[in-house]
Design a protein around this ligand. Structure first.
Ligand SMILES: NC(=O)c1ccc[n+]([C@@H]2O[C@H](COP(=O)([O-])OP(=O)(O)OC[C@H]3O[C@@H](n4cnc5c(N)ncnc54)[C@H](OP(=O)(O)O)[C@@H]3O)[C@@H](O)[C@H]2O)c1
Length: 283
């Protein structure tokens, strides 16, 4: 397998860190980015020849352009972009201030766009490249208390699927990965954004969900190291899929969603076709 150059966002911990480690271990070159450069340098092995670390808050479009240009100066090409950086904003929709909602989209959606926009001219010119977008199981199935995170991850998945068609003529592949629950810092107070307003009607929902999060934090069934190994494998695959589940829980969600759509198509068949224009057979 040819040596590849990866650009990974949010590489200071969680999935991003494990993917950066796995890519280096497999002999590839890595541009690892994080908001906290000192911590990034402390957690990744020193490797002047194959690793470039850079500070990148993905909400900063200019910084994304600079990172790409520094990466190209060092390695000459970018083969795999992993849009990994993101966080979960939770809380009942009505409890979330517009600024919290905007921040979720500025990061998970627009931040992902900034980095991709910075990389695409290079990948198009190369007529080769792979983009791996980390969506979520909650980018396929909506659920209460997670509506804003779901909205952002559905956006990433829909954009990703569209991009996979738009970029295929240039030899690029785009995959949305839908992970289930993995034992990273995702549910930790250092990552998770909680709601800032309390409305009595949502109190029991809030209580139940907060208890679940506290119990499940760092106890999720998915293994981030094995997730990273799967991503390395995906980047080498001849025909990467537009969407893929990661974790048995995510796989079940794919199956449930497929059945729900088929059931809806069946049960609401007449409703759906009732809106077609009536074609007069006699004309
Ligand atoms: N773990 C799961 O169960 C799960 C499931 C489905 C999807 N995901 C998705 O997987 C991705 C990685 O999350 P994780 O599970 O590895 O959680 P994590 O351990 O909390 O790591 C999140 C990473 O994203 C970074 N990040 C957040 N906002 C950023 C910004 N504005 N600019 C740059 N980096 C930023 C964080 O950087 P700092 O260290 O600076 O905060 C951190 O490195 C996220 O997109 C998440 O939504 C996770």
């Amino acid at each position: 397998m040819m040596t590849k150059t990866w650009l990974i966002t949010g590489a200071g911990r969680g999935f991003g860190l494990e993917i950066a480690r796995a890519a280096l271990e497999s002999g590839d070159q890595v541009i690892a980015t994080a908001r906290d450069l000192e911590r990034l340098d402390a957690v990744l092995p020193r490797d002047e020849a194959r690793l470039l670390t850079a500070r990148l808050d993905i909400t900063d479009a200019e910084a994304a352009t600079q990172v790409v240009s520094d990466g190209l100066e060092r390695f000459g090409r970018i083969d795999v972009l992993v849009n990994n950086a993101g966080y979960g904003q939770v809380g009942a929709f009505e409890e979330l201030s517009p600024s919290r909602i905007e921040r979720q989209f500025q990061t998970n959606v627009f931040g992902t766009f900034h980095v991709t926009r910075a990389v695409l001219p290079t990948m198009r010119a190369q007529r080769a490249g792979r983009i791996i977008n980390i969506s979520s199981l909650l980018g396929l199935v909506g659920t209460d208390w997670w509506s804003i995170y779901c909205a952002a991850k559905f956006a990433v998945a829909g954009w990703s699927e569209s991009l996979s068609r738009e970029l295929a003529p240039f030899g690029l592949s785009v995959t949305a990965v839908h992970p289930g629950q993995f034992a990273t810092d995702f549910l930790d107070p250092t990552s998770l954004g909680l709601g800032d307003v309390q409305i009595d009607d949502y109190r029991s929902l809030d209580h139940a969900r907060r208890s679940f999060v506290a119990e499940r934090n760092h106890e999720q069934p998915g293994d981030p190291v094995r997730f990273a190994a799967a991503i390395i494998h995906l980047a080498d695959h001849d025909a990467p899929p537009a969407r893929v589940a990661a974790g048995t829980d995510a796989l079940h969600s794919f199956e449930i969603r497929a059945h729900q759509l088929l059931d809806s198509a069946d049960e609401w068949h007449d409703f759906a076709v009732s809106t077609d224009a009536v074609v007069d057979a006699d004309v």
